[in-house]
Each structure stands twice: as C-alpha cells, then as structure tokens.
Design a protein around this ligand. Structure first.
Ligand SMILES: [Zn+2]
Length: 288
C-alpha cells in the first residue's frame, strides 16, 4: 500500500462559473472581481485549489466543486459575498454556475454522521483534507461548523502540506527537511495540523485524528510506538475490515494515526527512521 492511498476519497464535481462580459471601462475591476470571488470560494472549501479562467470573449472559470450544492450563494462566506458584489458592479450581474457532469448521489458527506474524523492530504489531492473512515470519503470543508477564518486557515494549511509533499517527492536539497515536517508530530506543520484537529473536534464533538506520514522505517516496523506518548498504538490486524484498519497505528489519547513505513532497512531508512518515533529518553523510560 502506498502512502498516497490514505487520503480521503474526494468526489469533486467539475463546474463552470460564468461571470459574463465586463461593462464598459470595467476591464480591470472585472479581473479583480473574478480573482476575488474564486479565491473566496477556495478558502471557504467550496471549490478545490485547481481552477482555470478564460477571459475572452467572456469571463468563465472551470472549477472543481466540493459537491453539487457547494456553489449555491447561501454558502458564500463574507469574502465570497464581497466577490459577488464586485462581480455585480463589474459585469452587471452576479456569477452563475452550471455543473458540467452532475454525478449520481453527489451529495457531500455530512460530518454529522461520522463517528471519527481524520486530517490528511497529499500532493495528488486538491480538495478537502478532512476524511472519515466510516463515511469513506472527504467531508467538504465548507460544511464543517468552523468560523470562516478557521476554514481559511485549514485550506491554507492543506495547501502548505501539499507543497511540502511536492518538495519531498522532488528529491531535491530540501527533501529531508520537507519529510521531517510531515513525519515528525512536533514539526511546525504537524503542530498546526494537530491544532486544526483540536478545533474540528471541539466544534463537531467528533474525535479527530491527525495523520502522521511515514516513509522511512526499520525492519521491525510493527514495534514502532506512538512518537508523542511512547505508548503501544498498533491497530490489531482485523479479520474483516474495521473502521481504522487502513491505518496500521492509532493512539487515541494523542489523536494520532499513521501507517507502516514503505521503505525499510537500508542505510538511509535506518538514519531517517527516528523521525516519527518516540524520543530516545522516552524509549529508555519504557525499558527501565
Ligand atoms: Zn500517544
């Protein structure tokens, strides 16, 4: 199983947003309105980070909506409403949208029916970083009962995480520092991610886990302990599929899940395996 199999299953829907033809002497304002409107949708979790804009003969944008209701005006944040107002004055009307391929059962998953949530994204994802093992899919960020500012921070965090993953995958000079940010639960990126989990859990009342990336490991990878508390955290291999069986490790008190390393035993793995393991002082304590 690759590390990229763990992210929430996204069900993004391709949509076209039609802004129209700018009014006379409104070319600059029109461009600004389009940028503003799309950025506001993205940072509220209504569309993914990838979108395309065509400027002539009329302004249209192709976006990936989080679900079939995501573009409805009732879901706009105050920033999105401002973008809508700017569009009204630059184009003479508000943006209109059409779903290009409306799928069956495209309703976004509601966090209310989840028993647990987890936070995880990677370079090949562009939508919500919040998933639920029970629902087997991503929960659109705009559905979560967070403040608009917390949604904005969460979407920005997901973007930063993907940037780190991209640098790691590129194997350049920053490969190891980027890996450390994703694989060490005490790194800045992980601490921020865990703080997002805490806020999501506080507002939804649903236990929310942070997914800790793991690539370099040891031959006795099964014996790895929780890097935060040093406790046993192996998820027992189930006969059937259980809710958390996709994660090899879960520590309930630390709200951490992780996977088995996929690269084991060579010199580099041995050197980097300590990232994401308990600190040596903690290991001594357990033995003694
Ligand atoms: Zn722990």
């Amino acid at each position: 199983m690759s590390n990229y199999d763990f992210g929430p299953d996204e069900r993004l829907i391709l949509a076209k947003i039609d802004f129209g033809i700018p009014k006379r002497r409104c070319a600059k304002a029109a461009y600004g309105a389009v940028e503003e409107y799309l950025a506001a949708l993205m940072y509220n979790g209504q569309i993914s980070a990838d979108y395309l804009i065509q400027e002539r003969p009329r302004y249209v944008a192709y976006v990936q909506a989080a679900d079939d209701k995501a573009l409805e005006p009732t879901h706009l944040s105050p920033w999105g409403q401002k973008g809508s107002e700017m569009s009204l004055s630059a184009f003479g009307h508000r943006p209109k949208f059409v779903l290009l391929e409306p799928p069956l059962n495209s309703r976004g998953l509601s966090w209310r029916s989840a028993k647990t949530l987890f936070l995880h994204t990677h370079i090949f994802k562009s939508g919500s970083p919040v998933g639920s093992p029970e629902l087997q899919g991503a929960v659109p960020v705009y559905h979560l009962p967070l403040s608009h500012q917390d949604r904005d921070y969460l979407v920005r965090w997901a973007r930063e995480y993907r940037d780190h993953d991209s640098i790691w995958l590129g194997c350049g000079r920053l490969e190891v520092p980027a890996y450390r940010e994703m694989a060490d639960p005490r790194s800045k990126l992980s601490r921020e991610g865990r703080e997002h989990c805490r806020i999501i859990e506080k507002t939804t009342g649903i236990p929310t886990y942070y997914y800790l990336f793991r690539y370099h490991g040891r031959l006795k990878e099964k014996l790895r302990r929780c890097p935060l508390c040093g406790g046993a955290w192996r998820v027992p291999s189930p006969k059937g599929v259980t809710k958390f069986s996709q994660f090899a490790f879960r520590c309930k008190p630390c709200r951490l899940v992780s996977n088995m390393a996929s690269s084991l035993g060579d010199e580099e793995d041995e050197r980097l395996a300590a990232i994401g393991e308990p600190r040596p002082s903690m290991r001594r304590k357990q033995r003694g």
